[in-house]
Design a protein around this ligand. Structure first.
Ligand SMILES: Nc1nc2c(ncn2[C@@H]2O[C@H](COP(=O)(O)OP(=O)(O)OP(=O)(O)O)[C@@H](O)[C@H]2O)c(=O)[nH]1
Ligand SMILES: Nc1nc2c(ncn2[C@@H]2O[C@H](COP(=O)(O)OP(=O)(O)OP(=O)(O)O)[C@@H](O)[C@H]2O)c(=O)[nH]1
Ligand SMILES: [Mg+2]
Ligand SMILES: [Mg+2]
Lengths: 275, 291
């Protein structure tokens, strides 16, 4: 039979293991646990039965709840960034379908002009979602595609323009410079649009996801993230690290490879999934 | 050759006027945290540290002049030893057509890696790339473009053919056209997707690959242990390829995968171009994981 004190230690060991194995990361996990220990001591809470619920609540309080909303009567732009293979192109296909189903007019800019068959892939998704894709052939300047897409979106009074970009590692300076250049085109050409930048992160990535968010954010203000592949057995603990250290919200979650497999982030569902 | 965090650990432990058991305990905790920060799996780290403690506090250390450095050395050497002390070679048939099958999670770099493998081996063999991913939009186009860029053969079957049929027909086609090596690109899949895992088992039965290579992102997190165990259990993989090694990830997944499966890491992907592909060197990853 455990004594009260011992139960508390077991609880903290268990929490440390849960958080670390969920890819919350060492620094964030230890910080959260220490803050929680202080809270318990300050409030003289020692009932092992209550610990878990208090802890869940502390996680919920820490996670920002920000929904993505289109602004009426203006062009909305989502600039989609991320490292290679995380699910940018697929997420854009899903978003296009989601917004079209809400009665919005959507357009896609195929600004990955680099990777083999990237234009074919986003074109296929555009067909599935039944939205137009503005593109040029592989090897063209992504800025030229963006210019064309912005012209067309503005002329056609499109509600939402989704901009697909090539995967790029955040530690490659020239590739980060390219993304800054694309962003400046949006700022210049569509200054009165409601534009946001979303970073796509793969739930199966380890602590490097945090470095990705920090580094991309240095180049361009990141308004939120899309967390993909949460249908895998990974827990996507990056959500907690991003909330705790950067106050960065997750706006959508990818739950599969089909066009319907994208949902707005729900923090209650998420925290429950950790335990 | 240990830098960064380990240097810091050594320096701080050296500063102690004499090494007490609690200093060593702190040193061990620091090393545990360093490995966890490198994305090595939690359970792998626990086991690894226990083994190091047994080895480091055995006979050898008592006789040594600097127990701390001995301890660090045990960790470093054990890491290299675990990662495999030599480059694991690809196994090919002596006669007949050799077959390589790449498998892994979605987006890990399989398609690109098939082209890289083909490009790496084409000087000694006629290579045929097989596009057996019928799920992802434009997957076959992607492999075809890469094959043309590298001047490799390409077979993608009919639009209505399923992956198993494509693989079987590819072998026939390879025989007809005198190819020595067939490299099969498969669709990304979750290890918990029973239908798709069974599909791979069927493909394995049908084409009897000489190599089944699990392609993993070098920045994979804690869960890669569960993923690769299941792939290994179902397919008995013959080796691993780690991609996106050109990122700044510490790459602890390498140690987790090796400890979990015992299978060797054969190659690493170091960029998006077809020649960004190298033989795996265990000592390089050891230094990187230790930070
Ligand atoms: N299971 C699962 N797979 C996903 C999800 N989102 C994307 N994928 C898969 O991940 C793989 C990569 O997706 P892409 O959309 O090509 O990723 P990307 O970021 O555009 O890749 P690059 O443009 O090459 O950098 C594909 O096989 C997708 O089907 C998800 O939520 N769940
Ligand atoms: N920087 C870098 N990018 C890589 C490397 N290997 C692959 N990539 C990129 O990673 C992304 C995904 O590669 P794919 O070959 O499409 O991955 P996949 O495993 O075939 O994806 P699915 O078929 O959807 O499961 C692409 O943008 C590739 O260019 C690498 O070693 N370094
Ligand atoms: Mg893409
Ligand atoms: Mg592929």
């Amino acid at each position: 039979l455990f004594s009260k004190k011992q139960s508390e230690y077991d609880f903290f060991d268990e929490i440390e293991e849960t958080l670390i194995m969920a890819d919350v990361g060492v620094e964030t996990s230890l910080a959260i646990i220490n803050q929680f220990k202080t809270y318990l001591n300050d409030n003289k809470i020692h009932d092992p039965e209550k610990l878990k619920n208090y802890f869940k609540q502390s996680l919920l309080d820490m996670i920002p709840h920000v929904h993505y909303e289109l602004k009426e009567n203006q062009l909305n732009i989502l600039f989609i960034l991320g490292v290679n293979g995380v699910g940018k192109t697929t997420s854009i296909g899903k978003l296009a379908h989601l917004m079209k189903a809400e009665g919005k007019s959507v357009m896609i800019a195929a600004c990955d002009t680099f990777r083999a068959a990237a234009v074919n892939q986003i074109t296929a998704w555009g067909e599935r979602a039944d939205v137009p894709v503005v593109k040029l052939e592989m090897g063209s300047d992504p800025g030229a595609v963006l210019h064309n897409a912005l012209d067309s979106a503005i002329a056609n009074k499109v509600d939402l323009l989704l901009v697909d970009t090539a995967g790029r590692l955040h530690n490659k300076e020239n590739l980060m410079a390219e993304i800054e250049k694309l962003h400046r085109i949006i700022l210049k050409k569509a200054s009165d649009s409601h534009h946001e930048t979303l970073l796509v992160l793969d739930a199966g990535t380890g602590q490097n996801a945090f470095v990705q968010a920090q580094t991309f954010h240095k180049s361009i203000k990141i308004d939120g993230t899309i967390l993909t592949k949460l249908d895998s057995t990974s827990k996507g603990g990056i959500v907690i690290a991003l909330a705790h250290q950067l106050k960065l919200p997750v706006k959508y979650v990818g739950l599969g490879e089909g066009i319907m497999d994208l949902v707005p982030f729900d923090k209650e569902d998420y925290v429950n999934s950790l335990f | 050759n240990i830098t960064g965090r380990f240097d810091k650990i050594i320096k701080s432990l050296r500063r102690q006027s004499r090494l007490s058991e609690s200093n060593i305990k702190d040193g061990i905790r620091e090393i545990k945290l360093a490995l966890l920060e490198a994305d090595v799996n939690y359970k792998v780290v626990k086991e690894f540290i226990q083994e190091v403690e047994q080895e480091a506090f055995g006979e050898k250390v008592i006789k040594s002049v600097t127990p701390v450095e001995q301890f660090i050395k045990v960790v470093h050497d054990k890491l290299i030893d675990v990662m495999g002390s030599h480059n694991a070679e690809l196994q090919f048939k002596k006669t007949g057509i050799s077959v390589i099958l790449t498998v892994g999670l979605q987006g890990s770099g399989k398609t690109t890696t098939c082209a890289k493998l083909g490009y790496y081996l084409k000087d000694n063999k006629r290579v045929l790339l097989v596009g057996a991913d019928t799920y992802r939009p434009a997957a076959k186009d992607q492999l075809r473009v890469l094959a043309e860029q590298c001047d490799l053969g390409i077979f993608t079957g009919g639009d209505k053919d399923n992956p198993l049929k494509i693989c079987k027909q590819a072998l026939k086609y390879a025989k007809e056209k005198d190819y020595h090596l067939v490299i099969i690109d498969s669709a990304g899949r979750l290890q918990i997707d029973d239908t798709l895992m069974k599909e791979l088992v069927q493909i394995k039965k049908a084409v009897e690959p000489d190599e089944i290579l699990f392609v993993s992102d070098a920045m994979a997190g804690q869960n890669i242990v569960d993923v690769v165990s299941e792939f290994d259990k179902r397919l008995d993989i013959s080796g691993i390829i780690l991609t996106k090694f050109d990122s700044d990830t510490r790459g602890g997944a390498a140690l987790s995968i090796k400890r979990t499966t015992g299978k060797s890491i054969k190659f690493i992907g170091t960029g998006e171009k077809v020649d960004n592909f190298e033989l795996f060197h265990p000592d390089r990853i050891a230094g990187r994981i230790l930070g």
